[in-house]
Design a protein around this ligand. Structure first.
Ligand SMILES: [Zn+2]
Length: 258
């Protein structure tokens, strides 16, 4: 029985790895083009770029690439100070708080607080419900089947470090799927901490891990409201890339004015 289970696990692991490789290779065409041209030139050629800067709704969602739309903070703020989170969300005009299945941030929260990591999603849900209650807005839990990524692993090749608070990569075809951190509505320190969380997920066993190389690097994308803003955000990101060497590069572009 033990061996059968072990065998099944290995088979599942191989299947997952194959699925990862397939998706990674499918993404390479766009990613290589972006790496060669840079985000400024690449996004300049996209006809519907302005559609990526229209807020779908006023909900707070996780930075997880499986939960695009609205504004984003890791685990809906679970790694941050609660009263600061409530104030920031109030100021941003947030209309709904969400939690989701398989939340990496909730897992880190459980670990940091000595709680049962297998119950991480329950803590994530509880946190989001509490924030929603304090704001007087509804809470919604996003199930794995509603998420825009496979439930077994992450498909993000980028972190969008969003200084506009509106960015969405859409269907993930022209703009690769990535973690989205709404730098607009949170401090530099919290945003950089969440960038590090995203990197640890991408390079961990739930992410593309060692498929990410110097040739196929992970990209941190600064998105500013002005060119100066974009440059400032790029400088901030340079504070968290050291340990990854050439496997993580920094790029950026400025939101179209419209
Ligand atoms: Zn999450």
């Amino acid at each position: 029985m033990y061996f059968m289970e072990k065998g099944e696990n290995n088979m599942n692991q191989n299947e997952t790895q194959q699925k990862k490789i397939t998706i990674f290779e499918e993404q390479n065409e766009t990613l290589q083009k972006i790496k060669k041209e840079g985000f400024v030139k690449y996004t300049g050629s996209l006809e519907k770029l302005s559609d990526s800067f229209v807020l779908k709704d006023g909900a707070i969602r996780c930075i997880d690439e499986g939960t695009p739309g609205g504004m984003h903070s890791a685990g809906s703020g679970i790694l941050r100070n609660q009263s600061e989170v409530v104030d920031a969300f109030k100021n941003a005009g947030v209309t709904e708080i969400t939690s989701h299945d398989g939340c990496g941030a909730a897992k880190l929260y459980a670990k940091a607080n000595g709680l049962d990591e297998s119950k991480a999603d329950e803590y994530g849900k509880k946190w989001s419900e509490e924030i929603a209650k304090q704001l007087g807005v509804p809470h919604q839990h996003i199930s794995a089947s509603e998420m825009k990524r496979p439930s077994e692993f992450h498909i993000a090749r980028t972190v969008y470090y969003d200084g506009t608070g509106k960015f969405d990569f859409g269907e993930g075809k022209e703009l690769p799927p990535g973690f989205i951190i709404s730098r607009k509505i949170q401090t530099k320190d919290d945003s950089l901490k969440e960038t590090e969380v995203a990197l640890s997920i991408a390079f961990g066993h739930h992410g593309f891990s060692d498929l990410i190389t110097d040739e196929n690097p992970f990209i941190l994308v600064a998105i500013g409201e002005t060119a100066e803003d974009t440059e400032r955000l790029k400088k901030e990101l340079a504070e968290v890339t050291h340990e990854y060497d050439k496997k993580v590069i920094i790029d950026g572009f400025t939101a179209p004015s419209f």
